[in-house]
Every structure is written in structure tokens, then in C-alpha cells.
Design a protein around this ligand. Structure first.
Ligand code: KIV
Length: 287
């Protein structure tokens, strides 16, 4: 089979629901651009999360709360254009849903209309249930992100794991239940002890995606850069399965050398380069 042929049928939120109820795990990764989205879809990834981690891995900030809304809307649309047959989940950035409900609903809607997203994600506890209800009422599918909530970093003083005490653990389960009742069609649970995830799974019925929350969730998500060895600060739960950082470095070093030796610029492939189908057409669309 060519690497360009899709290895699975199109995935929708309904597909994820079916997979969750039949016990078939689904794979999610963060993604922030159309080219990467295209390859991840070809690989069979089921969900692409355009996370506010783009603030860190794309824009170079040290916190996710610095993610500009307009940029994330544009990146989301690029990911969906690259992977039209994959569920694209857009993260609502810090302060895009904390002011008035009207503004929050409009911002969530922008992710669907301009951002082409299939679902929006927002970090929430049970106090957000009325807002989730209103966003869902507008026809916007919501994934509620519970457990560790990186947008709380200024309050918590750092990215610390949640749910370690019985009281915190019970609160996370209560948050998940309240948010599902309010209309969330999916949950994402981040960095909690495995037992908390299991309790959330028992208490709720919608698909649950985990990150650093044990092996039990219906789906797993990781930040792509962490998985591919592109990150300098590796989270303890994300083990890289490739070392693309060093591959990029080696390839770029080779390019520097080839430029210095005047080996670049000719139409004939040089020794050590691959020879793609050359085209006189304009650069094709990504999919
Ligand atoms: O923004 C993001 O990438 C996320 C994941 C860490 C779950 O929310």
C-alpha cells in the first residue's frame, strides 16, 4: 500500500463514540499546521488537537496562556484543510471564554465557522457547567478539559498534577459529571493519578481522552513534539518514539555544507538527496 492511501475511513465524533463504547482505543495528537496534519491523517490518527500548547511549541512562549485567539483560529483551519477526514479539536485559549457568555459563545462559534473545527475544548470545573450548556445549546460540540488545567498556571504557581488528595480527586469526578450533564460530548483529563481517571470513567458515559492520566481512557493524546523527540523538556508521561529533532539538525547541517560546496540550486539531484517527482505546476494543495 502506498503511504498516501488512507488507512482508515473518515473519523467523526460519532466514530469516536462508537470506538469508545466498543472498547477500541483511539489516538489523538496535537497538530498546528496543514502539512503535518496531512501526514498524521495518512498515519491513521483519529483526532488532531490544535492545542494552546501552540503558544509554547509554535510561538516560543513559556506558558499556554499567551496564545492569541486569532492565531489559533487560523491554525485550526489549516489543520482541518490538511486533514479533512480527521476530527479536529480546537482549544479555546485563555480569556476567550472567561468574560461574558455572549463572547464565549461567539468565540467558540468562530472555531467552527472560520476555524473549520469539529469540536472545541475548554478547561473547566463544575462552575463552567452553565456556560458549557449554552455553548452546546448553540450547536457547538464541547470537550471539557478537567484535572490539571495549564491555564490556571498563574494561580497554581506551575504545571502541578491535580487530584492527588481524596478531596481534589472527588472534585475532579464531580467536575466531569457536571460538565457531561451540561452537554459536553467528550472529556479530556490531564495529569491525574490513574485511579482518578478510572473513577471519572465509571461516573461518565462520553468518550474520555487522557494525557498523563494512565492507560484506561478511551483515547490518548500527546503533544506531537514530545512524541517525536523535538522537545527539550520531556514530560514524564510522554516517551518519544522518534528523534526528529536530531534528524532535522543533521539534515540542516548537511544542507549548510552543501550550500557551502555550491551543490544546491541545480535541477539534477545531488548525491545523498532523494529525488521527488519534479513538477512544473504550482505547489499543489496539501491533500
Ligand atoms: O493544548 C494542548 O496541547 C492540550 C493538551 C496538553 C491536552 O490541551
Amino acid at each position: 500500500m502506498s503511504t498516501h492511501e488512507p488507512i482508515r475511513p473518515p473519523v467523526t465524533i460519532k466514530t469516536l463514540r462508537k470506538m469508545a463504547s466498543s472498547g477500541e482505543p483511539f489516538a489523538a495528537l496535537t497538530c498546528y499546521d496543514a502539512t503535518t496534519a496531512k501526514w498524521l491523517q495518512r498515519a491513521g490518527i483519529h483526532v488532531l488537537l490544535v492545542g494552546d500548547t501552540a503558544a509554547e511549541v509554535v510561538l516560543g512562549y513559556s506558558r499556554t496562556i499567551d496564545m492569541p485567539l486569532d492565531v489559533l483560529v487560523a491554525l485550526t483551519a489549516g489543520v482541518k484543510r490538511g486533514a479533512p477526514e480527521t476530527v479536529v479539536m480546537a482549544d479555546m485559549p485563555f480569556l476567550s471564554y472567561h468574560g461574558s457568555e455572549d463572547e464565549a459563545i461567539r468565540n467558540a462559534g468562530r472555531f467552527l465557522t472560520q476555524g473549520l473545527a469539529d469540536i472545541v475544548k475548554l478547561e473547566a470545573d463544575e462552575s463552567f457547567a452553565p456556560l458549557v450548556q449554552k455553548i452546546a445549546r448553540a450547536g457547538i460540540p464541547v470537550c471539557a478539559h478537567v484535572g490539571t488545567r495549564p491555564q490556571q498556571v498563574a494561580l497554581t504557581g506551575g504545571y502541578t498534577a491535580a487530584g492527588k488528595t481524596p478531596k481534589q480527586a472527588a472534585q475532579i469526578v464531580a467536575d466531569a459529571v457536571a460538565l457531561e450533564r451540561a452537554g459536553a460530548v467528550m472529556l479530556l483529563i490531564e495529569a491525574v493519578p490513574d485511579q482518578v481517571t478510572e473513577d471519572v470513567l465509571k461516573a461518565t458515559t462520553v468518550p474520555v481522552i487522557g494525557i498523563g492520566a494512565g492507560p484506561a481512557p478511551h483515547g490518548q493524546v500527546l503533544v506531537l513534539q514530545d512524541l517525536l523527540g523535538l522537545t527539550d523538556r520531556q514530560p514524564p508521561f510522554a516517551h518519544p518514539i522518534a528523534q526528529l529533532g536530531t534528524s532535522i539538525q543533521t539534515a540542516a547541517q548537511k544542507y549548510v555544507q552543501m550550500v557551502a560546496e555550491r551543490q544546491i540550486g541545480s535541477r539534477t539531484p545531488q548525491m545523498g538527496t532523494t529525488s521527488p517527482k519534479l513538477s512544473t505546476e504550482p505547489r499543489p494543495a496539501t491533500n
